[in-house]
Design a protein around this ligand. Structure first.
Ligand code: PAN
Ligand code: ZN
Length: 192
């Protein structure tokens, strides 16, 4: 066994329930409501009104106990509810990993997309159950529910990569995903 500055955790089996959308044993769960998403939708007034009213849950993130520590590979399931705010699909906050490292998402149920931005280019990946979306190092990423059911995916990422949310607030994501006339995703320039 090599010597580590922070000793790794012990080997463990984690039960992935793709119907209940849970990991067992479970680690922390995060709930993001409309009130947590200030300044992220194009129509901030509509977002603020929804936050002041029913303040719906937009997404949850449930994790396994593998810690966000250097060299570990934590996992989580994100479930984004279906919905739009002034036509813009409900989505995650989005972030950049300050210690640039890759990440994978495996779509479990529903229909969605990954919007990625490297500061210049935007990339959009359609995500259907069974799709593995690869996020290379240096690409900020945001997930979007483009369907009418909850969209859920498993994420596996390097535990020491960190999460920078301010980067997205500062730089945007290049594009935004709106519901098009036929119900599918329509990408429009971020600042349009
Ligand atoms: C994911 C995200 C998760 C929630 O596990 O953290 O989908 O999105 P936000 O963190 O942008 O709110 C991931 O990319 N981890 O690195
Ligand atoms: Zn990430």
């Amino acid at each position: 066994m090599p010597e580590f500055h922070t000793p790794p955790i012990m080997p463990m089996a984690i039960r992935f329930d793709h119907e209940q959308l849970t990991l067992a044993p479970a680690g922390p769960t995060l709930t993001r409501r409309m009130s947590d998403l200030e300044g992220l939708f194009r129509d901030e007034a509509a977002r603020a009104a929804a936050a002041a009213g029913e303040n719906p849950v937009v997404y949850t993130v449930t994790s396994s106990p593998v810690p966000e520590a250097n060299r570990e590979l934590p996992q989580s399931i994100t479930t984004i509810m279906p919905g739009t705010t002034s036509g813009e699909f409900w989505m995650t906050k989005g972030h950049q990993h300050p210690d640039h490292q890759g990440e994978i998402y495996l779509a479990i149920t529903g229909r969605g997309g990954i919007l990625m931005f490297d500061g210049e280019q935007t990339s959009w990946l359609e995500m259907l159950p069974g799709t593995i979306g690869y996020i290379p190092p240096g690409w900020a990423h945001r997930s979007v529910n483009t369907g009418t059911e909850p969209y859920a995916f498993l994420a596996v990422y390097p535990g020491g990569a960190g999460h920078d949310y301010d980067w997205v607030v500062e730089h945007g994501m290049g594009k935004r995903a709106f519901r098009g006339p036929d119900g599918s995703a329509l990408l429009r320039p971020f600042a349009e």
